[in-house]
Ligand binder design. Structure first.
Ligand SMILES: [Zn+2]
Length: 394
């Protein structure tokens, strides 16, 4: 029996429902049960929950208070490492990706599963040749775009047919079958600015923005169309949240006016179309994004993901109530190289900074790489359970 497992067995659902139906008003009794369950097995924590993971995430994205703070570990290929998969295997096989995600979610009991591999999957399907080592992220070897004619020849890839894109779509369908409706299924694509930079080559693309703007913007528009199609396929397959990663458009690399003029309008177009498919949306920008928060909100995303270089309390002060915030434990210094005590301290600080009045998802600032100590993610889950419950529901 997998009463405590991720798949929300009937037993699990029945217990949660019974709590809602019969135990809800008996507050003292419920608190006692919570304590006992936590002591018996942290992975049984879902028995303490009044919402499913998906309900919890939806509440946060809608800027309200869930039963407790949702936890998003931002793990892709690192979830395949404990099962013996190389990074390359994980990124080339939907079934391995899904096994990694399910195993990981079962182990740590967080609120999301991801159908997502390396970010280069999108540029590759548009014609970028990659060198893909066994245990490292791929490197671009050759771009298909050198001239305007090359841009005009590009065709929007078919998410169900071209390159490795079907891995993401199939992954969503498999996850849907396993945990759909209970755990939030998260997927996505690349912001058109970043994807254009990946297809053309970053340096050449940035030069184009000064010297050959027509080519650069034609490529960004192609990427906009491409991402709209990608998100549609992901929504049709059953995704709950579709995100754009737009790291190259962030202030760590280009000025805020570049984001405003060449990234924000296109991210906005993509999100508008994705929302019509009924999915929640999220925007991930690495680095110190403080100077573009208003523009990030203007894209219309339900949620913005901020990394560890950002002051989370300042983010909450400035954008809280206007957009859901996700962040921002340091995935390297804290999650990878910290001790469980460091993780507990930093997790409490995040909760203190951003949890008030809901609209917050606890997560690392960026993707966690393989090799982190499992005890550190246990610590995140433990603190979220202990300190992340919203008062009116206790
Ligand atoms: Zn990032």
């Amino acid at each position: 029996m997998r009463a405590c497992g991720i798949r929300q067995s009937n037993t699990c659902r029945q217990v949660v429902q019974a709590r809602r139906d019969y135990l809800g008003p008996i507050r003292l009794g419920v608190k006692c049960i919570r304590r006992w369950v936590d002591v018996l097995d942290p992975r049984c924590a879902r028995l303490n929950d009044e919402m499913t993971s998906l309900e919890r995430v939806k509440a946060a994205y809608s800027l309200t208070e869930p039963d407790r703070i949702p936890v998003f570990p931002m793990v892709t290929y690192a979830s395949g490492t404990p099962l013996g998969y190389t990074l390359r295997e994980y990124c080339h096989d939907a079934k391995k990706m899904v096994r990694g995600q399910l195993h990981f979610q079962e182990r740590f009991g967080h609120d999301f599963v991801l159908s997502f591999v390396d970010v280069w999957i999108f540029a590759e399907a548009a014609g970028v040749r990659l060198d893909f080592p066994d245990n490292n992220t791929p490197n671009p070897v050759e771009s298909p775009v050198k001239t305007m004619e090359d841009v005009e020849r590009l065709e929007v890839p078919d998410p169900r047919r071209d390159g490795r894109l079907p891995i993401i779509v199939e992954g969503i369908e498999l996850l849907r079958r396993e945990v759909g409706g209970n755990v939030a299924i998260y997927t996505g694509g690349q912001g058109p600015f970043s994807l254009a930079a990946e297809i053309r080559g970053l340096q050449a693309f940035l030069k184009d923005l000064y010297l050959n703007k027509e080519l650069a913007l034609k490529l960004v528009k192609f990427c906009t169309e491409y991402m709209i199609e990608m998100g549609r396929a992901e929504a049709e397959a059953g995704a709950d949240i579709v995100h754009l990663g737009d790291a190259f458009a962030g202030p760590s690399l280009v000025s805020p006016t570049f984001f405003r003029d060449y990234a924000m309008p296109y991210d906005k177009l993509v999100f508008e179309q994705w929302k019509k498919e009924g999915v929640l949306t999220s925007l991930h920008i690495c680095g110190k994004s403080t100077s573009i928060w208003d523009y990030m909100i203007e894209t219309g995303a339900h949620n913005i993901e901020v990394d560890q270089t950002v002051d989370l309390a300042e983010a909450k002060r400035k954008v809280g109530g206007r957009v859901c915030l996700t962040g921002n434990l340091d995935p390297s210094a804290v999650i990878r190289y910290g001790t469980p005590a460091d993780v507990e301290k930093k997790t409490r600080e995040c909760i203190q900074a951003a949890a008030a009045e809901g609209g917050y998802v606890l997560s690392p600032g960026c993707v966690i790489m393989p090799g982190f100590p499992p005890a550190n993610l246990d610590a995140v889950a433990r603190v979220a359970r202990e300190s992340g419950r919203y008062a009116q529901r206790n």
